[in-house]
Design a protein around this ligand. Structure first.
Ligand code: KIV
Length: 270
């Protein structure tokens, strides 16, 4: 059966009924592929800075970079909901700047935006929702706050961190987010959040009890050198791609490529 375009309302309705499958994609070609595979949500994540542009963290990612990748993904016209990540410092300086920048992502083709942070982001979430922009929250490990929290540490192991994560989820729900990503957080805490809030929770490295899961595409495809411990590598594309290109190099060197079907003459040789 043909399934229609996924909307924010559809995502909300999936809670408790059907697990939500979200994955990142950063361009037209990969968006077409993941959409054909049946994902519900495509996240144009700021992880693009690390897995595509070779940065050491997501901190240097700019609005221009995000706009380029969001518009490329949107051109694939996916069935999946397209969520654009707001990069570091595009929403923290002022509520006005946050609305303007989120609006630019929407104009580029995003159908919702994601921001990192909990209760401290309530004013921003409210302003975005007031402007008609659906917002996905992101709690637990916030990579954009790695400097402040001492790296990419597991979250929710002890009080008061557990209570903060629960409180962040409650506050974000009240402010109007339509779903929340929970990253690298103890599975029992993610389970409790999932039970307490009426919006879907989408987890990464936070166990099986959430309403959905998200992974970074390049980890899934085996294209990253050091995938995080919570990712599953479904295929070794690194070797597949290197072997294919190696074969091409060999054939060029040996004069085996191009073959006769790959070129033409103005006057065929006799
Ligand atoms: O940028 C990203 O890919 C993300 C996911 C890890 C949730 O924020």
């Amino acid at each position: 059966m043909e399934r229609g375009k996924v909307t924010v309302r559809d995502v909300l309705k999936m809670k408790g009924k059907e697990k939500i499958a979200m994955i990142t994609a950063y361009d037209y070609a990969s968006a077409k592929l993941v959409d054909a595979a049946g994902v519900d949500i495509i996240l144009v994540g700021d992880s693009v800075g690390m897995v595509v542009h070779g940065l050491d963290s997501t901190l240097p990612v700019t609005m221009d970079t995000m706009l380029l990748h969001v518009s490329s993904v949107a051109r694939a016209k996916p069935r999946a909901l397209v969520v654009g990540d707001m990069p570091f410092l595009s929403y923290e300086v002022s509520v006005e700047e946050a609305v303007r920048n989120a609006g630019l992502l929407i104009k580029a083709g995003a159908e919702a935006v994601k921001i990192e942070g909990g209760s401290e982001m309530v004013d921003v979430v409210k302003a975005l929702v007031r402007a008609g922009i659906p917002v996905m929250g992101h709690i637990g490990l916030n990579p954009q706050r790695a400097l402040l929290i001492g790296g990419y540490r597991r979250r929710g192991l002890k009080e008061p961190e557990r209570e903060k994560i629960l409180n962040d989820a409650r506050e974000l729900e009240k402010a109007g987010v339509f779903s929340v990503v929970i990253e690298y957080t103890a599975a029992d805490v993610a389970e409790e959040v999932t039970r307490e809030v009426s919006i879907p929770t989408i987890c990464i490295g936070s166990g099986p009890h959430c309403d959905g899961q998200v992974l970074v595409l390049h980890d899934v495809l085996g294209l990253t050198d050091n995938p995080p411990p919570f990712a599953r590598v479904y295929v070794d594309l690194k070797n597949t791609i290197t072997s294919a290109v190696k074969k091409y190099v060999e054939e060029v060197k040996k004069g085996l490529f191009p073959a006769r079907e790959h070129y033409f003459y103005s006057t065929p040789p006799s």
